[in-house]
Design a protein around this ligand. Structure first.
Ligand code: ZN
Length: 272
């Protein structure tokens, strides 16, 4: 399978490059050919469609196609009227979206995954906050990031298992694919998977934590937490995650070893 990937420019806030951008959202019957019909009506007026998203609608049997056009010098109202006349188009709305030197998607409210809201943070913003947290709180701050990852990984296990209907190695590989899709790492590989021993080794390239350059050393506390939580849930016991190689210290990749705890404080993990 080809591993060729290209970068996705965040499609909701962007530089309009001096153009007048208009956002158009079209609710259409969920049948083949609707995008082609709408695109043809727009092309007939010589208007360029820039980027957009085609997605499921809350109403069953309909779909949304939401996109930006270069509306510089375009009479938009007649264009919208021509789209409305297309058979299978249920609803159309449009908005001016250029605010100074930025264009914003103003047609979508929250992004959801099932019933869960998905939020987005820029890496640089997080890096600024973490720099302060690590400076002020040291290992306590790093432990906080680890815990954040651990909780998410632990909870995600059930979710991905139920939704994907996969288990074992296939489910482990799915989790790695998902952290790639979420942009936490560029690539992840399952190097060792031993459910009997409760031991897993994972390599990642392009971890966002290593990429934040918050010092040198082992930097990937959140990713280590996510993997440890995920496999603790999978194997049904509290595991211990160590990062043994890290891009943050000049290694060619980050490597995580998730294994049974070398020792335990009593029965439960006490307050640290
Ligand atoms: Zn790392």
């Amino acid at each position: 399978m080809s591993e060729k990937k290209h970068r996705l420019h965040f499609p909701r806030i962007f530089d309009p490059s001096g153009k007048r951008m208009v956002e158009i959202s079209v609710l259409v019957d969920n049948v083949p050919g609707m995008i082609a019909k709408v695109a043809t009506a727009i092309a007939e007026r010589g208007v360029n469609i820039l980027w957009g998203v085609h997605h499921e609608a809350d109403e069953p049997d309909f779909g949304w196609w939401c996109f930006f056009i270069d509306a510089t010098g375009v009479d938009v109202e007649p264009l919208i009227e021509s789209i409305k006349r297309i058979e299978g188009v249920r609803y159309v709305h449009f908005s001016e979206t250029t605010f100074g030197d930025l264009a914003l998607d103003v047609h979508h409210s929250e992004q959801v995954f099932g019933e869960d809201r998905v939020i987005e943070l820029r890496q640089r913003w997080l890096a600024g906050a973490l720099k302060n947290i690590y400076e002020k709180w040291g290992d306590d701050g790093r432990f906080l990031m680890y815990q954040l990852g651990y909780y998410g990984g632990y909870e995600s296990y059930r979710e991905w298992r139920e939704r994907s209907k996969l288990s074992g190695r296939e489910l482990a590989e799915l989790d790695l694919k998902i952290i790639e899709v979420l942009g936490w790492v560029s690539r992840a590989e399952l190097v060792e998977f031993d459910p009997e021993e409760g031991r897993v080794v994972i390599r990642t390239w392009g971890s966002f934590e290593a990429g934040m350059r918050l010092g040198s050393g082992f930097l990937c506390h959140f990713i280590r937490g996510e993997l440890t939580g995920f496999f603790s849930a999978m194997f049904g016991k509290g595991l211990y995650g160590t990062e043994v190689m890290c891009e943050g210290r000049g290694d060619p990749y980050c490597e995580f070893v998730i294994a049974p705890k070398p020792f335990e404080f009593g029965k439960e993990l006490g307050k640290e």
